[in-house]
Design a protein around this ligand. Sequence first.
Ligand code: SAM
Length: 217
Amino acid sequence: MQIIHRDDIEIWVIDNKYESTWYVDREVSKGSMQYIDRYDSPSGSGLNPVYIRLDNMWQRILRILDYETSGKRILDLGCGAEKGNIESRHFEYTYKPWLGRFLHATSDKTGIDYVGVDIGDLSSEKFKNIQMSLLEENCLINNFTENQFDIVIAQMLFNSPELEKQINNIEEMKDASQESALKLKVNLLPQIERILKPEWVFLWQGGNRELFSEDKR
Ligand SMILES: C[S@@+](CC[C@H](N)C(=O)[O-])C[C@H]1O[C@@H](n2cnc3c(N)ncnc32)[C@H](O)[C@@H]1O
């Protein structure tokens, strides 16, 4: 298993059928993913940060897969949810499951098989999903067989305020502490290693960059 931080993968624009900005833009403008307004930046400063984050993640996925997307399986841990978690109460649409909606809307062209997991409510989503807590023992190995995913993603899960809330039973908004992130990591990492195909990638972003540094190989 390779553990890679999202920002350690450089991205550049390539003239390809999946060239990211064009591709994400077209799907967004078709309204096929419960609409993100590309220009409706909450700060009023131009591009919507949600759109940019989605675009950045999609480009990294393409780089990891070397643009061979067909038949690839992706699991997204803490994929985001419309309601039922602290994030959905405090942020307008920032942490809705945009990646899942995008990959579902485009799956006929990419051939990617995506599954999203979150503690929040996913019942209205069209993509394959499981609502569960990732702090539960054996949650992944009880739900997935060995060696079945090409990429496991955790974008902004290890610093999630919802994670901090669950572990410390608080209501205030704050990023997950190092201890909470470690607790999640200790539960999840061996399970991720089981369900990922050998030599494939656990891609994460958010929180302390040192969290996985000793595991890099
Ligand atoms: C900051 S949001 C990030 C959402 C999405 N990955 C993104 O990048 O926009 C963190 C997500 O992790 C979820 N989460 C936090 N702790 C969790 C847990 N123990 N089990 C499952 N999901 C959890 C939250 O419900 C929330 O949707």
